[in-house]
Structures are given as structure tokens and as C-alpha cells.
Write a protein that binds this ligand. Structure first.
Ligand SMILES: *Cc1c(COP(=O)(O)O)cnc(C)c1O
Length: 427
């Protein structure tokens, strides 16, 4: 039996699986965890070793693993139907989910176009924005504005909006469509004022550029950008894939800026981390530009096979109810205050640390290696995994992304492991 033998499972894995964002020649050396099961906020590997999931399984998990209420939602839906197509037809649980989302997603009279991954929901937003101007007979608004350090996913359109910093997107430059790059929300507002008649939309990650290294932006600047877009008739698209569903302390980050974008893109935490589901929420005004005679050119000819999957919709719907009934946002704010205080007291002042950035329960601890090539980010995270806390860095930024239901003890455990790991690696 290979069961219980981590090295053997890693070898079997490396023989047949290609891991994303991973140099496979170094995969086995980096001592990957091979997960067999999970309980609460801990992942359990093939040897039975437990790890606190401090990256929320790459930012998707919100309430924990193996949550009875969420498991039940999927089992109950399984007794009805697992999946049926959304192309031209409906599904009861998807209608119920869209109604529940419409009540909370900050988009006016929203319609929801469902997909499966964040990147595909971003593609939908790009195409909807572009075609909405074509459908209205407005010429010349064919360009998008996006930010320095932006990340919107790995498909070619999403990668075009994204900056090339660190993720190798520039290799694909001949395939990427050109965008107007702005340095900040205020810079984007200036672009909108100067070149608004060329722009279909401005696409931003609200308040936190996560994959860019947990870079923070002011809500007031986002409000100024929204006003400039509104003034110039340029659509504002908020990519809430990382920030949505409570991660920043409000259900959606744009709420903190008092902004209602023309489109909001949802993904990651949408199903509490259970199943792949994403959606593009589109305002009534944009949606109306697509109405016309049956089979006409005004139709949005776009849709993914598994968009609006019923199992995913069932768990997403139960997730929304639990966020509310468990008052998860209050826990996010309390644990965020605690995490901030601990990072200030024990981490921010260390010589090895350049900066600590925190919003809600998303944090970046930027290390300050004295020379390049030391792989401090990688090695600090590896040392934390040794201490039973699972993390993954972004370069030399150690990303802390605790599950939203984390306890005070678990937050302390993360900071304890971080302090010890920095002391061990950064000498
Ligand atoms: C993760 C992420 C995406 C891409 O989502 P996938 O589900 O990985 O395709 C897009 N935008 C932001 C802000 C993200 O954090």
C-alpha cells in the first residue's frame, strides 16, 4: 500500500500531474503537501499530518473545509439534478441564487452571467463591455484601461488586462491586446477624463491588488475614479474575484468606497471554496443594450458549458445564507484587528521585513532580502509549512489569507509560525 507514504504520492503526482504556476523540475524538492482530507480549517495530508489552511486554498475558502451545512446543500441538490444547461433554459436553484445575489451585489438591477472560473467571468465582462458600445452604435470605444500591477486571470483576454509583472505574461505580448495602463485609481481617472471617448471600460481590483503583492488602494480614490467614469460614459468593471464575499470586511470591497460599478466580477469565494463557479454581474443599463429581435446581432453569443452548474449554485446559495446567519463579517473585522495588532507588534519592526499590508483578512508581509536570489519568500513559507501552517508566497511577499471563520488561536498560530520562520530563514 502506498497510502500513508508522502514521498510515494509525490512521485506518482509528479509522474502525471502538471501543476499550475509551478516549475515542475523543482516540484518534488519543494516538499509539496498531498492532501487526502480536511477538517475545519485544517488540511490533512496522505500521512495524516495536519496543516492550518492559511491561504484559504488559494483564496477560495471562506467558512472552512467539510462544513456540514455546505456538504448538505450539495447532497440535497444531488438528489434533484447536478447540472443542466443555462443556454436558453433555466434551472430552479440558479434562479434562486441569482435572486439572492441581486439583493447583495452592488450593481443596479443586476443580471448574472454565470461561468466557472474567474478568468472566464473576466472575459465575459470584456466582451459585454465591448459589445455594449457596438450594439448602441457608438464607435471608437474599443480600448480598456487597467492598472499597473493588475491581475485578472490567465486566459488571453484577462492576461491582456493584467500587467506582466512577475507572471511571465510578457512572453505572450504578440497575443495580448493593448490596454491603457494607469499607475493608480487617480491616474485612471485622469486617463478617463483625457481619453474617455476611446475607452469601453476601466477594469480595477477594488482596494486590494492581491496577486500584484497585496497592494492597497484608498476607497476615496476609487470613488473619484467611479465619478470620472460616470461623467465620461466609460464603464467601470470591478474585479471582486479576490475581494468578494467578505474577504475585506464588507461583503464586497466597493461598498467601502460607496461605489456601484457597471459590472462586478465574482469568483473564488463564491461557493465558499467548494466548487468552481464565477459570474459577471451586469447593470440593467448595460444589459438593455443587448435586447433586440430573436437571433439578432445584438445577442451576446457567449456561454460556457458548465456556467450555472446546479451543484455549485446550491452551495453558493447556502454560503450566502451562512455568511449572514453566522455573522462572518464581524469575525473578519475582529480577526483582522487582531492580526494587524500582532503583525505590528511582532513582524513589522523586524530588519528582514520591508512592509506589512493588511485589509480585512488578506495580508502581505513583504520581506527585504539583502540581495536577489535568496528566495526568502519561498523559504519562509516552506519553514511555515514545516510548522504546520500552509502558505504560498508571491515572490518575496508572504501572503496570509486566513479562512474567514478563523479563531483568535489560529491567527496567533499563524503569526507565531511566521515570526519563527523569519527568524530561521532571514539571518
Ligand atoms: C484569482 C483571480 C482571478 C482569476 O480567477 P481564476 O478563477 O483563477 O481564473 C482574476 N482576478 C483576480 C483579482 C483574482 O484574484
Amino acid at each position: 500500500m502506498l497510502d500513508g507514504d508522502r514521498a510515494a504520492w509525490v512521485a506518482r503526482d509528479a509522474a502525471v500531474v502538471w501543476h499550475g504556476f509551478t516549475q515542475m523540475s523543482a516540484f518534488a524538492e519543494n516538499e509539496p503537501v498531498v492532501v487526502a482530507s480536511a477538517e475545519g480549517r485544517e488540511l490533512i495530508d496522505v500521512d495524516g499530518t495536519r496543516y492550518l489552511d492559511a491561504i484559504s486554498s488559494l483564496w477560495v475558502n471562506t467558512l472552512g473545509h467539510h462544513v456540514q451545512e455546505l456538504d448538505d446543500a450539495i447532497r440535497e441538490q444531488l438528489d434533484l439534478v447536478a447540472h443542466s444547461t443555462m443556454l436558453g433554459n433555466g434551472n430552479r436553484v440558479v434562479v434562486e441564487l441569482a435572486e439572492a445575489l441581486a439583493r447583495v451585489v452592488p450593481v443596479d438591477d443586476a443580471h448574472f452571467l454565470f461561468a466557472s472560473d474567474g478568468a472566464t467571468a473576466v472575459e465575459q465582462a470584456i466582451k459585454v463591455a465591448f459589445q455594449s458600445f457596438a450594439n448602441r452604435g457608438i464607435e471608437g470605444r474599443t480600448t480598456f484601461c487597467a492598472l499597473t500591477g493588475a491581475y485578472h486571470g490567465d486566459s488571453v483576454g484577462a492576461m491582456s488586462l493584467g500587467d506582466d509583472g512577475g507572471f511571465g505574461a510578457s512572453i505572450f505580448d504578440p497575443l495580448r491586446f493593448p490596454v491603457v495602463r494607469a499607475q493608480s485609481y487617480d491616474d485612471a481617472a485622469a486617463v478617463v477624463r483625457e481619453r474617455g471617448n476611446e475607452l469601453a471600460a476601466v477594469v480595477v481590483e477594488p482596494l486590494v491588488q492581491a496577486a500584484g503583492g497585496m497592494l492597497l488602494h484608498e476607497p476615496e480614490a476609487l470613488a473619484r475614479l467611479a465619478a470620472a467614469c460616470h461623467e465620461a460614459g466609460v464603464l467601470l468593471i470591478a474585479d471582486e474575484i479576490a475581494t468578494g464575499f467578505g474577504r475585506t470586511g464588507t461583503l464586497f470591497a466597493v461598498e467601502q468606497a460607496g461605489v456601484r460599478p457597471d459590472m462586478v466580477v465574482l469568483g473564488k469565494g463564491m461557493t465558499a471554496g467548494y466548487l468552481p463557479m464565477s459570474a459577471t454581474a451586469v447593470s440593467r443599463a448595460v444589459y438593455d443594450a443587448f435586447l433586440g429581435p430573436d437571433l439578432s446581432d445584438r445577442t451576446l453569443y457567449h456561454g460556457h458549458s458548465f456556467g450555472g452548474n446546479a451543484l455549485a449554485a446550491a452551495v453558493a446559495l447556502r454560503h450566502l445564507e451562512l455568511l449572514d446567519s453566522w455573522d462572518v463579517l464581524a469575525n473578519v473585522r475582529d480577526r483582522s484587528a487582531q492580526l494587524g495588532a500582532l503583525l505590528d507588534a511582532r513582524i513589522a519592526g523586524l530588519a528582514a521585513v520591508k512592509e506589512v499590508r493588511l485589509k480585512g483578512l488578506m495580508a502581505g508581509v513583504e520581506l527585504a532580502p539583502p540581495m536577489p536570489g535568496l528566495r526568502w519568500g519561498r523559504r519562509v513559507c516552506a519553514a511555515m509549512v514545516q510548522r504546520g501552517v500552509l502558505l504560498r508566497p508571491l515572490g518575496d511577499v508572504v501572503v496570509l489569507m486566513p479562512i474567514l471563520t478563523s479563531t483568535a488561536d489560529e491567527i496567533e498560530r499563524i503569526v507565531d509560525a511566521l515570526a519563527a520562520s523569519i527568524a530561521e530563514v532571514c539571518r
